[in-house]
Design a protein around this ligand. Structure first.
Ligand code: MUC
Ligand code: MG
Length: 373
């Protein structure tokens, strides 16, 4: 008899960060992940992760809402269903539940992990095969201190761990942020690509001022300078400047991508499994981008190893991404809940091997960091 989904357990896991991570809307000292353990009647367990940043400061889903909505609404839609038809299960969730993209992404990851383990294939193989097995990974400088950020960047370059850097700005007056970014770019010179993420903090006139100054300072990419819903503004900015715009919060899924492309946006899209409701949804967005000549960038919501591995399997199936990836989430955390951490080497990360995600839980660590009530 073919396998059915028997149970879905969700755990809130709190892991401290190696240093405060300052974003325009919040400062993170800890990352909370929702870990999904999905058990099937053939004895296979699939793992998934739903993670966001900054509680509700970043978006409408919080770790607690992800857990509650899976437990109360989404898990009952899946339990008792055949395990293997992931497209049918995805359609079932989307028909019966609006939104909740991060929760759906965690569940789809667990389904794919289980299916890969069942068939003896990696998730990338399930998706048709990996076109690349080593992906470039940038590092985000967000200590809030210019000198510390420069030292951190120089160390990462020397270690050959990261060759590109993203700076989180938008919390300070624009002139102050521009001074901070320009000082870092000057210290690194041609040795590294420097980009910024404004996380929606500017209005359009501020963005025009800020972007002009950042372009003059040699910054290579400007991420989500204005609010997510101001698509027309983002299109105007992409047409006004030579420095490319990276759409992040403003492009969640393929429909957003199509609207931006049809409106004349040029630049790049930050792909995130969490924004698009999982791997299948994010690949749909990637295909829209490819058809429109928009660059690809492998984005993160600072997931731990399970969510990062899931994203890597998706990115591996795509052609080389124009802007690389930022799949450094596990490196920002002081510890891990898996027995086999990802291998970060030579300015990038290796695609994990083995069936499914290629990731095994460390049960003691999981028990230690899991929230008790
Ligand atoms: C974002 O908005 O891009 C990714 C890297 C980082 O430091 O924050 C995230 C979210
Ligand atoms: Mg961003």
């Amino acid at each position: 008899m073919s396998s059915v989904i028997e149970s879905i357990e969700t755990l809130l896991v709190d892991l401290p960060t190696i240093r405060p991570h300052k974003l325009s809307m919040t400062t993170m000292a800890c990352q909370t992940m929702v870990i999904v353990r999905m058990r099937h009647s053939d004895g296979i367990e699939g793992l998934g992760e739903g993670t966001t940043i900054g509680g509700l400061a970043y978006g409408p889903e919080s770790p607690e809402s992800i857990k509650t909505n899976i437990d109360t609404y989404l898990a009952p839609m899946l339990i008792g269903q055949p395990s293997g038809n992931i497209h049918a299960l995805r359609a079932r969730l989307n028909r019966q539940a609006h939104g909740n993209a991060i929760a759906k992404s965690a569940l789809e990851t667990a389904l794919l992990d289980a299916q890969g383990k069942r068939l003896g294939l990696s998730v990338a193989e399930l998706l048709g095969g990996a076109r690349q097995t080593h992906l470039p990974v940038l590092w985000t400088l967000a200590s809030g201190d210019t000198r510390k950020d420069i030292d951190e960047a120089l160390l990462r370059l020397e270690q050959r761990r990261h060759g590109d850097f993203k700076l989180k700005i938008g919390a300070n007056p624009v002139e102050q942020d521009v001074r901070h970014v320009a000082a870092i770019k000057e210290a690194l010179g041609d040795r590294a690509s420097v980009r910024v993420d404004v996380n929606q903090a500017w209005d359009e006139p501020t963005a025009v001022r800020g972007i002009q100054a950042l372009q003059d300072a040699g910054i290579e990419l400007i991420e989500q300078a204005i609010p997510a819903r101001e698509q027309a503004g983002l299109i105007r900015l992409s047409q006004r400047f030579n420095v490319p715009m990276l759409a992040d919060e403003g492009v969640q899924d393929a429909r957003d991508g199509l609207q931006l492309a049809a409106g004349g946006f040029s630049g790049a899209f930050a792909l995130k499994i969490a924004k698009s409701g999982g791997i299948n949804g994010v690949l749909e967005l990637a295909h829209v981008a490819q058809a429109a000549g928009i660059g690809l960038y492998g984005g993160t919501l600072l997931e731990g190893t399970i969510g990062t591995a899931a994203s890597l399997h998706a990115w591996a199936t795509l052609p080389e991404m124009a802007w690389g990836t930022e799949m450094f989430g596990p490196l920002l955390l002081k510890d891990d809940i898996v027995a086999n951490p990802l291998n970060y080497t030579e300015f990038g990360v290796e695609l994990p091997k083995g069936p499914g995600l290629g990731v095994t839980l460390d049960e003691d660590k999981l028990a230690h960091y899991a929230r008790k009530n």
